[in-house]
Design a binder for this molecule. Sequence first.
Ligand SMILES: [Zn+2]
Length: 477
Amino acid sequence: MIGYAQPGHQSPMMNNSPRTFHAKAILVDGHWLPNARLGLDARGCLTQVQVDVPTREGDIRTSWLIPAMPNAHCHVFQRAMAGQAEFRSSDHDDFWSWRERMYALANGISPDELYDLACWTYADMQAKGYASVCEFHYLHRSGADGGNTTAMAEAVLAAADTVGMGLTLLPVLYRRAGFEADALEPHQRRFGLSVAEYLNLLDELGSRLRPGQRLGLCFHSLRAVSGQDMQQVLQATPADWPVHIHVAEQAAEVEQSQRLLGQRPVEWLLNHFEVSARWNLVHATHMTRAETRALAQSQAVAVLCPSTEANLGDGVFPLADYQAAGGRYAIGSDSNVELNPTRECQWLEYGQRLLHQRRVIAGSEHDIRPARDIHAGDSLWQAATRGGWQSTTGQVPAEGALGQVANWLELNEAHPLLNQARESQRLDRFVFAAPEAVKRVWLAGKCVAVAGEPLEAETYRQQGLTALASLKKRQLI
Ligand SMILES: [Zn+2]
């Protein structure tokens, strides 16, 4: 498959000419820099910041700019079933019964359907404030014969390129049905690769990456991959790639791990691997205090997906203890029942408030500022953008904005709640009360969305319709 983009199509990730912005203010490392002139190079990276200067002719004028959010965990195909599993199918619906319904879609979706669905979903995500996505991709085999293992990944690469969404493609190693199994169930065969096939797939996909795209390593979970297989992959691949794994999402998984590995999943992972800043533990919901502290100290990122975790009834992440120990976190849209990063931040904070019967949990434990200067919206957005950068690249972000890709949300200064907010409360009002107040989305210095809609909204909506109609016709949704 050569690719899906139409002739003449130019991805927003492609190079453009150097340009200059003037922002009423830009948020950098927690500080609002007023009247800022911002120089960008041809790759859309920030080369110059001048503060307190007037606009000049040729500047692109903007209001308040904040960093756009990296999406650290996504299974884009699951958007097709968002809101479709909200009926009771037994006396005890849970994650495992939801998973059975998800498998029908996972096994049936074609590369063309995945491409259309991903274009529509990524474009919507972008318009709501996500700049890039870590795609946790396990739909490897295509066709009834279970052949070609690159067609589905190619559909994801092409869709992200068409939309101009930064992409960290995470091909998943998925080897067995559970801790005690030595093979996959028949309905999981599409996901399965040997270690040799997995390494070949990484090689093949490496040559297909477009600008703004990279690869990372991914192990489905300790249920699905043995320590030996993980070790083999880690030894055969670059030491600076990000590594992602689902872990401790479900209480049943923790119980099985204790019984069969002798330790809890996070505990086992920390004891058997050099878990460092390039590691991303997705969910990590069920941890003891000791595990929580040890994970925080490892400098790995806990990738939290609050709307999906709530939707699936997973549990509540121990955020207060984790941030007290200096833990890093990112957010992800996971099952894509929700595509808005502000909603993930809200869910994360509100889950904590309900659990602890207190307010303003995010940022309240390790911050050295006086209590009245600590703001939940501010803390959530900044921690998640920094953690998300780390999840996306495998690197710890440097302080400051210079050299970074200019992925920004421009807030709407005409929105009454933002217009009349004190500077210190601008992000709180955006995150908790006015998520719709995104005026424009700028990725690598190019405008991709206005007022919550992608620039080519109608095209993407049609693609979404085409994909869903086709899946519905085949009774996959
Ligand atoms: Zn997931």
